[in-house]
Ligand binder design. Structure first.
Ligand code: AMP
Ligand code: GLY
Length: 425
């Protein structure tokens, strides 16, 4: 079978690698892919926003499965267009992807389904939102309703910061249309965890949890990013706990959608805060996480393509996933200026053979060919270096050994990824 993966980041590189290793797959294609993905897949220069182009490509290669990685094409209805054209698709319809595309819609569904989340109020006008600030305590969280690449959330320590955030959404239009509606939320306290579940419209099968690091600097300082590192599994969230989370969070949400005539097929990602009162939802994503995928998939032994086809076919019931015992630690290497800007064209050295270390995979997130047959930077997040190990310490040591063998001007990476589980193991 020919598999087409839509997207161009580290997450898509991890999916492509896993698909290329499937016994069901003859060849993998990517649209548009990136310089690293091109090692395992045929890359086609078609943007993920070009619905017609992607449907044509799926026809041309006679795709047996199309996997949609990022949120924007899902929200724009790419899965709908492909399904209509007769293809099997891994990824939800636009109606279901609204769970990620509109935080206000996600809150409406959670409220109706009785799913625990931060208390909130929604606003479409600056003056009403600003007036609301007088009645809340700080810190508080200001969120743009729509898609903002992980950057539309501002944790405001005091009134002045919250006002600034409201101004940047409503008056400066920093997030464009995504910021025309704003949520002001209670700030939850606890540790974060991402729990993802495969869903075929009805049956849900959880993946092992992962822990993402959102801030740019060590010690969770600095602005939020798309994610600077990750580890899986999460010792604080054992499998019994995951089963409860699926029953109290994922399942009620999927059933609430179903009650509204919306079927969820694909992967439902709940970003959770483990609070003193139990897990509460920070956000839903309707796709694999990035960098969660780069820490979760290296541990998955079950054939990913078989699972994704089962989601598309409504055939997940009775499937149990097999996982490697080893831990996985993923460190993101970002370019100069990230997350406020990014730097392109910096020559990357040390990228041969995944750093040449056993158990290490280097996924490309933002690279382009260049620099004497090698690679140059081409984006904010450049590489995701994942390593397996018997313990968090050994996985972490391997990941950082590989990271230290790679270099490019202005590179940034956190040095504390998985330090906590390595200490407590
Ligand atoms: P989101 O895109 O909604 O997941 O938010 C990005 C990050 O902002 C989360 O991973 C949290 O670190 C933080 N965050 C979002 N909502 C809240 C909240 N209600 N309380 C505390 N932190 C939050
Ligand atoms: N790692 C967060 C995300 O994929 O949205």
């Amino acid at each position: 079978m020919q598999v087409l993966v839509v997207g161009s980041g580290g997450r898509e590189h991890a999916i492509v690698r896993q698909a290329a290793a499937s016994s069901l797959v003859e060849a993998v294609h990517a649209a548009p892919g990136n310089a690293g993905i091109a090692r395992q897949a045929t890359c086609h220069d078609i943007s993920d926003s070009d619905k017609e182009g992607i449907v044509c490509l799926a026809r041309e290669i006679d795709a047996g499965l199309v996997v949609i990685g990022p949120e924007a094409p899902l929200c724009a209805g790419l899965a709908d267009a492909l399904t209509e054209a007769g293809f099997k698709v891994f990824g939800p319809s636009a109606a279901a992807a609204r769970l990620e595309g509109s935080k206000a819609f996600a809150k409406e569904i959670m409220t109706a389904a009785g799913v625990p989340t931060a208390s909130f109020a929604g606003f479409t006008e600056y003056s009403a939102a600003q007036a609301h600030l007088a009645s809340i305590s700080f810190p508080a969280v200001v969120k743009a309703d729509g898609l903002a690449a992980g950057k539309g959330v501002i944790i405001a320590g005091a009134m002045a910061e919250a006002e600034e955030a409201l101004k940047s959404c409503f008056l400066d239009r920093r997030f464009g249309d995504a910021g025309l509606e704003v949520l002001i939320e209670e700030c939850l306290v606890g540790h974060e965890c991402s729990v993802l579940a495969l869903c075929d419209g009805e049956t849900m099968v959880p993946l092992e949890p992962a822990q993402d690091y959102k801030r740019i600097f060590d010690g969770d300082r600095g602005p939020n990013t798309g994610g600077m590192g990750c580890y899986s599994p999460v010792p604080k969230v054992p499998n019994e706990f995951v089963a409860d989370i699926i029953d109290t969070i994922h399942r009620p949400v999927v059933e609430e959608l179903r009650g509204r005539g919306i079927e969820f097929k694909g992967v439902l990602y709940a970003g959770l805060m483990m609070t003193a009162d139990g897990p509460k939802v920070l956000e839903f994503n309707t796709r694999f996480g990035d960098p969660e995928t780069q820490a979760i998939l290296p541990r998955l032994e079950t054939d990913l393509v078989e699972l994704m086809l089962a989601c598309a076919d409504g055939d997940l019931a009775g499937r149990e996933l097999r996982w490697r015992e080893e831990r996985c630690v993923t460190v993101i290497m970002a370019s100069a200026g990230y997350p406020l800007s990014s730097s392109s064209g910096d020559v990357i050295s040390g990228l041969d053979d995944d750093g040449g270390l056993e158990g290490v995979q280097v996924y490309h997130a933002g690279t382009a060919p260049g620099g004497d047959g090698g690679f140059v930077t081409a984006g904010g997040r450049v590489l995701a270096v994942s390593a397996l190990g018997a313990t968090f310490k050994s996985a972490r040591d391997r990941a950082y050994e590989a990271v230290r063998a790679i270099s490019f001007d202005g590179m940034q990476f956190r040095t504390d990824i998985a330090a906590e589980p390595a200490r407590s193991e």
